[in-house]
Structures are given as structure tokens and as C-alpha cells.
Ligand binder design. Structure first.
Ligand code: ZN
Ligand code: ZN
Length: 116
């Protein structure tokens, strides 16, 4: 087994604190920041905390009680089809889709990789 060189920044597990920095809590993002989200994703967090978003989200879930992706599970989460960080409309129903937890995870991972 080789000795690890001191001072070399190796890989670190998600959520681990490094001198006060945390890994961004947004999906697959691995940026480090002092908050819960990196600079890029902080705007997303702000939108999600507004009462307007909470209302919008409830309307989308009420209009689409079943996941729009698999059509098999109850929709629990609302996804931005064009992400806010990519300039998508935050409260536009045309840019929102109701997904079950599993599909939402899948879709946001795809979006993070730029596959959608
Ligand atoms: Zn991030
Ligand atoms: Zn689904």
C-alpha cells in the first residue's frame, strides 16, 4: 500500500465538511460552498422557499395526481422541465411537471448530466 502524500486534496465523501465548506446539496452537484447550496444553486433554493412556489407546487400536484413520467406512482414532487439555473421559468405551469419520488430523482440526475 502506497503512502498518502500529506496535503494532497483527495476525494471526499459528499456532505463532509472541509474547513467550513460543504458539498452543495443540489442533486449531483459537487461544488463546495459555505451554505447548503453552491452559488449556482442558491437561486433554486430561494425559489423553493417562497409561498408562491409552495402554492404553484400544490396546484401542479393537484392537477397531476399521478406521475407524468411513469404514470404508475402518485406524484409527490414538482420538477422544472427547463431548470431555473438554465433560465427556465420558475412559476410557469408549462415548465413544470409532477413526478413521483423515483422519477424525480432520475430526471434531476439526467438534467445534472445535461441529458435533458
Ligand atoms: Zn450546486
Ligand atoms: Zn414516476
Amino acid at each position: 500500500m502506497r503512502h498518502l502524500r500529506a496535503g494532497v486534496a483527495g476525494s471526499y465523501p459528499t456532505g463532509m465538511k472541509i474547513t467550513g465548506l460543504k458539498v452543495c446539496a443540489f442533486g449531483e452537484c459537487h461544488e463546495l460552498s459555505h451554505g447548503r447550496y453552491c452559488q449556482k444553486h442558491r437561486g433554486v433554493d430561494r425559489v423553493r422557499q417562497t409561498s408562491r412556489w409552495k402554492r404553484t407546487r400544490l396546484v401542479v400536484l393537484r392537477n397531476n395526481p399521478v406521475c407524468e413520467h411513469c404514470g404508475q406512482d402518485f406524484s409527490m414532487e414538482v420538477n422544472h422541465i427547463v431548470r431555473i439555473v438554465d433560465g427556465g421559468a420558475e412559476f410557469d405551469y408549462d415548465n413544470l411537471e409532477a413526478l413521483c419520488v423515483a422519477c424525480h430523482k432520475k430526471v434531476t440526475a439526467q438534467q445534472a448530466r445535461g441529458e435533458r
